[in-house]
Ligand binder design. Structure first.
Ligand code: HEC
Length: 272
């Protein structure tokens, strides 16, 4: 079995170590930057910290391996795009800065405090680029805007549940004149919502959950020349099909009220 494996497979496995490898250099570089940054700030500039130096060297070696593995991995997966490029090149920038930081470290160990500023500066810079690089890598895995995504209030266009507020504005515009608080033609009041479901449920013109059985639906969908159509043909234009559709959806969804409440339970058995 083993004999069938080509070099290719081994390379691919090496590439797949990329996600595992990156975490070492990432953490080590950040640790080195914290130590050296703090020491520089408090004035301990003569000699580099041995701990930070070890972190930097291991970070450089492991980071170089991670970069190499990532390159190989990208070749196999064929991934490309702006995000991959950003990740790749911030990775290259990180390793380049680490090489320079390591060189400055050697110079500092040899020549003393004159090299403290370049050493610390380059280490801090490498820490910033590795964080950016890691962020792009994270977006590749988790999706873009992964961190701040939950703060985004996306307009909810996909979820179109007909709400009372939009139903109400149709009724106010087209029906309120005759079925509102001022006048109730035929004893019918449609707004506010509570009035629609006042009285005996057999008289309701809206049957919650069943638009087809609702008298309101029957009357707004009559042929325009019909005598019974609502609004009356001589008193207003028929509702558009979008408006009818919205009313139908609202009724079929249970004719929910402004506070999300359901109409009161029917008091009498439906007449069938
Ligand atoms: C210009 C006045 C006017 C407007 C505007 C109007 N209606 Fe009416 N409506 C009436 C009259 C008058 C009646 C009684 C008709 C009849 O008995 O033939 C009525 C009856 C009704 C009925 C039957 C009531 C029942 O008890 O069976 C419903 C339902 C209705 N209207 C719904 C609406 C809706 C929905 C609108 C808006 C899209 C609307 N009306 C707009 C005047 C109006």
């Amino acid at each position: 079995m083993m004999l069938l494996l080509t070099m290719d497979a081994y390379w691919q496995v090496f590439g797949r170590f990329h996600p595992l490898l990156i975490h070492f250099p990432l953490a080590l570089i950040l640790v080195a930057a914290c130590i050296e940054g703090t020491r520089y700030a408090i004035g301990r500039r003569d000699q580099p910290s041995p701990t930070a130096a070890i972190c930097l060297w291991i970070g450089l070696v492991m980071g170089g391996l991670a970069l190499w593995a990532g390159w190989v991995l990208a070749d196999y997966t064929g991934e490309e795009g702006a995000l991959v490029s950003l990740h790749r090149w911030t990775g290259v920038a990180t390793i380049s800065l680490l090489v320079l930081a390591a060189a400055a470290l050697l110079m500092r160990q040899w020549k003393g405090r004159d090299w403290a500023a370049p050493h610390v500066g380059l280490t801090l810079l490498a820490a910033v680029t590795v964080a950016i690089c890691g962020h792009f890598g994270g977006e590749m895995v988790w999706g873009e805007n992964w961190i701040f995504g939950p703060l985004n209030v996306a307009p909810q266009q996909s979820k179109q549940v007909a709400e009372w507020s939009s139903v109400e504005s149709i009724l106010v515009d087209h029906c309120q004149k005759c079925h509102g608080p001022k006048r109730q033609k035929d004893g019918l009041q449609l707004v506010p919502w509570e009035k629609m479901f006042a009285g005996d449920s057999v008289d309701w013109v809206v049957v919650p959950g069943d638009a087809a059985a609702s008298r309101m639906h029957t009357l707004i969908t009559m042929p325009p020349e019909s005598e019974d159509i609502m609004p009356p043909s001589d008193k207003g234009k028929p509702l558009s099909s979008e408006q009818v559709q919205l009313l139908v959806e609202w009724i079929n969804a249970g004719a929910i009220g402004p506070g999300g409440q359901n109409p009161p339970a029917s008091q009498s058995e439906p007449v069938s």
